[in-house]
Design a protein around this ligand. Structure first.
Ligand SMILES: [Fe+2]
Ligand SMILES: [Fe+2]
Length: 286
């Protein structure tokens, strides 16, 4: 593992987090995108790496085997936090809540992480993961069949737990909440990731959180969300697979924080490497 960044508090020396998502091992997998992401991670100092779900395509064993190898390479570079996506979820194990919900993430737990909602604290950064990939459990199912198996959901208990974990972070830490489903409506897809998105936004904004890291929508986003309960930055990472929308380039995000500001910048794939652009957002941490 690379040496941790020295003085890794969100002070004079910025803390830096790499955010990638939606690798989709299986037929959408693009080796060049993943190789470029690994090369970027290895070439710079990152305090942590966020991988926000959809490691697999159809939750198949051979897909998870490949994802496990890639995850090991990221983990050799910096501490990681990962959460499951809907493509990592065996929704058929518990359709509409019938069946065995414990089997929804059986393979994910075996190959990726036995903990579905990890808390990872490294010097300068506290990260809390939420499992929004609820398959067809009630918290994710809507009255629209098009949403089934795709839309995410979170319970009141999950929000409460995440809020308590984030509040327990050391003073000055960059605080990240990580989940798979997008919390803002996709510009290109026009779709919300979560059931009851307004409730989710209010609850997240009320937390002690700087940045919410998401994937799923396959569109990069760096937005400030302002609610009556608070505000935060969205780091929506595009996919590293070939499932980019509108033939746009693959992209990943870099989160950088000092004591006073946090910036999320998207980096787009171009000629074998990720380069800065096309968007960034900065928020003061006051
Ligand atoms: Fe995806
Ligand atoms: Fe997804």
């Amino acid at each position: 593992m690379a040496e941790p960044a020295k003085g890794a508090t969100a002070g004079a020396v910025p803390v830096r987090v790499l955010h990638v998502s939606d690798i989709h091992c299986g037929h959408p997998f693009v080796a060049a995108h993943v190789a470029a992401a690994l090369a970027m991670a290895a070439a710079s100092r990152f305090n942590a790496i966020v991988i926000s779900g959809d490691f697999a395509q159809r939750a198949r064993i051979h897909e998870f085997e490949r994802a496990r190898e890639i995850l090991a390479r990221f983990r050799a570079i910096a501490p990681t936090i990962e959460v499951p996506g809907n493509h990592d979820t065996a929704w058929w194990s518990a359709p509409f809540g019938w069946g065995n919900a414990d089997r929804l993430h059986e393979r994910y737990r075996q190959y990726i992480n036995p903990v579905l909602e990890p808390v990872v604290r490294v010097p300068g950064v506290s990260m809390v993961g939420l499992n929004s990939a609820a398959g067809m459990l009630p918290q994710a199912v809507t009255s629209y069949p098009r949403d089934w198996r795709v839309k995410g959901g979170l319970t009141i208990a999950q929000f409460g737990w995440a809020a308590r974990e984030l509040a327990a972070s050391p003073v000055g830490d960059l605080r990240l909440l990580v989940m798979h489903h997008n919390v803002v409506r996709g510009h290109l897809s026009q779709r919300w990731g979560l059931k009851q998105p307004d409730v989710a936004l209010d609850r997240i904004a009320a937390m002690s959180v700087d940045v919410v890291c998401t994937g799923h929508d396959h569109e990069e986003r760096t937005d400030v969300v302002q609610r009556t309960t608070g505000r935060f930055i969205v780091s929506g990472a595009n996919t590293l697979s070939n499932r980019m929308r509108k033939r746009r380039p693959s992209a990943l995000n870099v989160i950088e924080a000092t004591a006073t500001h946090v910036t999320v910048r998207a980096w787009a794939y171009h000629d074998g490497a990720f380069v800065p652009g096309p968007m960034s957002t900065t928020l003061d941490r006051g």
